[in-house]
Design a protein around this ligand. Structure first.
Ligand SMILES: [Fe+2]
Ligand SMILES: [Fe+2]
Length: 119
């Protein structure tokens, strides 16, 4: 999971660079799509693992995943359909949502999994 978090953060960085460098909507959308695809994959692997090992907080954790994903999808939809959109607030939101999720919510399952021999 740590590797996947690394990839998520790298992709976030890529998105930030694309925005900072003033790349066009298409390029920004392309990175955003990749971020969404990877996020889906990562969230669902975490959810499967939590379910398999009966992690007590899995429902709340999944709800948080759904909230984050819904926000990203909504923002991506706006960017991709040419609506006027401030990219910086979107970036701030994503950065905050991901870091907070990884640093607090995701930390909760670590000891649970480790105690059950899951890496
Ligand atoms: Fe995670
Ligand atoms: Fe998570």
């Amino acid at each position: 999971m740590d590797d996947q978090h690394g990839i998520l953060m790298d992709t976030m960085n890529e998105l930030r660079l694309a925005v900072v460098r003033g790349l066009g909507r298409e390029q920004v959308s392309e990175v955003l799509d990749r971020l969404i695809e990877f996020t889906r994959m990562h969230f669902s692997s975490e959810e499967k693992l939590m379910e398999q090992h009966f992690f007590p907080g899995w429902e709340e954790h999944r709800a948080e995943h759904q909230r984050i994903l819904a926000q990203i999808l909504q923002s991506a939809h706006r960017v991709q359909h040419g609506e006027q959109m401030q990219m910086r607030p979107l970036l701030c939101f994503l950065q905050e949502a991901y870091s907070e999720h990884i640093e607090s919510t995701d930390r909760e399952y670590g000891p649970w999994f480790n105690g059950r021999g899951v890496d």
